[in-house]
Design a protein around this ligand. Sequence first.
Ligand SMILES: [Zn+2]
Length: 85
Amino acid sequence: MHWHTTSRCSTLRELYKRKHASYRITNHKKIFFNATKDIVCFNCKRDLLEEYVLSAPNGKYRCLDCAIKTSLIDKIPDKITKAMN
Ligand SMILES: [Zn+2]
């Protein structure tokens, strides 16, 4: 499953870059927009460049889908949802 195909519109990408919302869940858990780091989701191994990512204290990064599936977060915070749309 590849999300990062050449079909992604560059205008959309610029829009994403402007929306660098981040959200601290606890002292150790934080959702942020990954604009530059070459990281993959710990669970599904998805490429997380230009995606919202949950960082956990053990240094593992997860996509928000997996963060919810593994109960690290209940849902995507409204602030992030708004930034995505
Ligand atoms: Zn994932």
